[in-house]
Design a protein around this ligand. Sequence first.
Ligand code: MN
Length: 207
Amino acid sequence: MKTKMYALPALPYDYKALVPFLSEEQLKIHHDKHHKAYVDKANEVLGKLEIARREGTKIDVKAVSKNLSFQAAGALLHSLFWKNLAPKDQTQTEPTKIIGDEITKEFSSFERFRKEFTDCAINCEGSGWATLAYDRQTNHLVIMQIEKHNINIIPGLDLLLVLDVWEHAYYLDYKNERPKYVEAFWQNVNWQEVEIRLDKAILTLKQ
Ligand code: MN
């Protein structure tokens, strides 16, 4: 078995750190159960592939690729999501300098961006993600509405800010009221992390 596998990162804060946006119970089940399941299942696919190739047994490439895409994307998006959040006293409600300027350049104003991102999150059909991404081909900031974990993706974009709008992300705290969950999210965005990701994307572009 290859040693490089998908991993479940520890949360960068305490389970209670995001109250009242997310309760301890909601955050714990989301991270410890749901996120962990994507990591485990993605690794299971890698393990099965390795065995099948070693032993020369047949695989259903289409089904395996589809499953790996779903599980691995789920694992990755959650890892990005936890770092996009921060306890309220450790963050600010407005973006930091560079990302703030880029948002204003792209969307005309922060308020306009916030509204578009909020609409993207609220109107995602079924399970999915609202994301703000950076396209190195055009230098544009892009809002991507991802269905499930892996549908409607523009390949190769850098994911700067992601918001999980699967019911499992909010149902214990908000029941069916997704708009309330999305509204509360803005109080706990870690803008510093968004800025670090934009910095990295721009740096890579210059290299
Ligand atoms: Mn989730």
